[in-house]
Design a protein around this ligand. Structure first.
Ligand code: NDP
Ligand code: 2IT
Length: 444
């Protein structure tokens, strides 16, 4: 049995009931097969892949908090410090009832390669909790965040592990967590990113993941003789990534006609009204039915359905495995020519293969959504030098980073004879730098 197959088997056997983690490992190791085969003896002797798929450290802790009626609730908190070969652990905190150790490990594993692709000195980590922020009062959110940070603060720091936002964790939650960290540790330092602008945050961090997704998509299309100008775009999700992806797509001349949340989706034939979407989601924290009620050109549908709308470019920006084989077939049949992942692993492996086999340009999340964490790293730089850069300065750095990422994965795919396979390109380019650093640092 090949070394890659052996390690995939071991991951499945040793990490039962973690299907998302198995999926992420399988996807990465399958595309590293060519690289591993060229170095098989040495990698095997050094147990390189075993070290790559086993987190350096993982924490699981109790998070008790009191609701507005005096009822005590207990959630589970996680932080997985996956790989620190190229820098301090860096990665978001997900607050969603579906969170479990396997989901945090899949996200942490992806983060290693994503962070490497940014070209900035950040290792891979991820955390979160099965806490559900929906329908909670501000005081309940604060109570949860303070309790969560009371435990998490023992394991993080500006030079060791720097968390940030992800699903369910935005500016409000980061603010409460930062306050509690400072209070307990007595340190005013850049321990979290995605902070508010009045206390060490960076301009463009809010927009960064969505904007970065479009900068990379734009470059990928240009290099393949296509354009966003006049293109019809389908976006899923209605959170941080989806909103700013929609905004930048429109700025680049595309028409975005859909968005979605966990209960339903919108088809807006006149194009999504971003100001209204922000009002509904960022200010009122309401459902998409409110968007439809305020916008005559919009249809609201219950359930899932964004990918049934004919589009040129599809941008899944909600959550993992939201675009399956049936959706991929519909997109291809409707003439879609590019899919770029704003979310982490939103496309199933079968759907990804189908899209690639049918000549669709496919940009994987670990490259396409790296603008968020890249701008987090720029926030860390600003915190270290105790300065704040202008919007234009951060935005132009972000754009450069995304264009460079695209060319790095394009080059890596070409070097291994897989031109146009950006999934393989991203995994190989991300892996090369991490492996170089791991080898230089000995068996740790
Ligand atoms: P938000 O919490 O801001 O928004 C998430 C959106 O996705 C919401 O519209 C939410 O709907 C929807 N959603 C979440 N879970 C599900 C589900 N199980 N089924 C259907 N819809 C769902 O999160 P972000 O926009 O920050 O994150 C979106 C994706 O992008 C995630 O995969 C995240 O890991 C990834 N990402 C985020 C980055 C960032 O900087 N924020 C950086 C890189 C990647 P509802 O409100 O109804 O739950
Ligand atoms: O998945 C991701 O890259 C994020 N949620 C952002 C992480 C970060 O540290 O900014």
């Amino acid at each position: 049995m090949s070394y890659v197959d052996q390690v995939i088997e071991e991951v499945i056997a040793k990490n039962p009931a973690e299907p998302e983690f198995h999926q992420a490992v399988r996807e990465v190791l399958e595309s590293l097969r060519v690289v591993v085969e060229a170095n098989e003896e040495q990698y095997k002797k050094d147990a390189l892949l075993e070290r790559l798929v086993n987190p350096e450290r993982q924490f699981k802790f109790r998070v008790p908090w009191v609701d507005d009626n005096g009822q005590v609730h207990v959630n589970t908190g996680y932080r997985v410090q996956f790989n620190s070969a190229i820098g301090p652990y860096k990665g978001g905190l997900r607050l969603h009832p579906s969170v479990n150790l396997g989901i945090i490990k899949f996200l942490g594993f992806e983060q290693i390669f994503k962070n490497s692709l940014t070209g900035l000195p950040i290792g891979g980590g991820k955390g979160g909790s099965d806490f559900d922020p929906k329908g909670k009062s501000d005081r309940e959110i604060m109570a949860f965040c303070q309790s969560f940070m009371t435990e998490l603060c023992k394991y993080i720091g500006a030079d060791t592990d720097v968390p940030a936002g992800d699903i369910g964790t935005g500016a409000r939650e980061i603010g409460y967590m930062f306050g509690q960290y400072k209070r307990i540790r007595g340190l005013y330092e850049g321990v979290l990113t995605g902070k508010g602008l009045s206390y060490g945050g960076s301009l463009v961090r809010t927009e960064a993941t969505g904007y970065g997704l479009l900068y990379l998509t734009d470059e990928m299309l240009k290099c393949n003789g296509k354009s966003l100008e006049g293109a019809t775009v389908a976006v899923s999700g209605a959170g941080n990534v989806a909103i700013y992806a929609t905004e930048k797509a429109q700025q680049l001349g595309a028409k975005v006609v859909t968005c979605s949340d966990s209960t339903g989706w919108i088809y807006d034939k006149d194009g999504i009204d971003v100001a209204l979407l922000k009002e509904v989601k960022e200010v009122k924290r309401a459902r998409l039915t409110e968007y439809a009620a305020a916008r005559p050109s919009a249809e609201y549908h219950e359930g899932k359905g964004v990918w049934t709308i004919p589009c040129d470019v599809a941008l899944p920006c909600a959550t993992q495995n939201e675009l399956d084989l049936e959706d991929a077939k519909t997109l291809v049949a409707n003439g879609c020519f590019a899919v770029a992942e704003g979310a982490n692993m939103p496309t199933t492996m079968e759907a990804t293969e189908y899209l690639q086999e049918n000549g669709i340009l496919f940009a994987p999340g670990k490259a396409a959504n790296a603008g968020g964490v890249a701008t987090s790293a720029l926030e860390m730089s600003q915190n270290s030098e105790r300065l704040s850069w202008s919007f234009e300065e951060v935005d132009s750095k972000l754009k450069n980073i995304m264009v460079n990422i695209f060319h790095n994965l394009d080059d890596a795919a070409k070097r291994y004879g897989m031109e146009g396979n950006y999934v393989a390109g991203a995994n190989i380019a991300g892996f090369e730098k991490v492996v170089d650093a791991m080898n230089a640092q000995g068996i740790v």
